[in-house]
Design a protein. Structure first.
Length: 67
């Protein structure tokens, strides 16, 4: 595959490439900040949502059962 093409074979414009680059940078920065501040996914969820520790235990149980 040539540089500048996506899986469909069409070329991405420079503007679209910059938009994706900015989006990835923002998501990466936010993720780094959240982990530096709260440490774990569990602490992030507890701090930023109204989930309780009981809710998180139930979700962990469902994930273990499913996978």
């Amino acid at each position: 595959m040539e540089a500048g093409t996506n899986s469909g074979g069409t070329t991405m414009t420079f503007e679209a490439l910059m938009n994706w680059t900015i989006l990835v940078a923002i998501v990466s920065s936010m993720t780094s900040y959240l982990f530096m501040r709260y440490g774990t996914i569990e602490n992030i969820i507890l701090s930023l949502t109204d989930f309780t520790e009981e809710d998180i235990r139930k979700i962990k149980g469902l994930i273990r059962w499913k996978f």
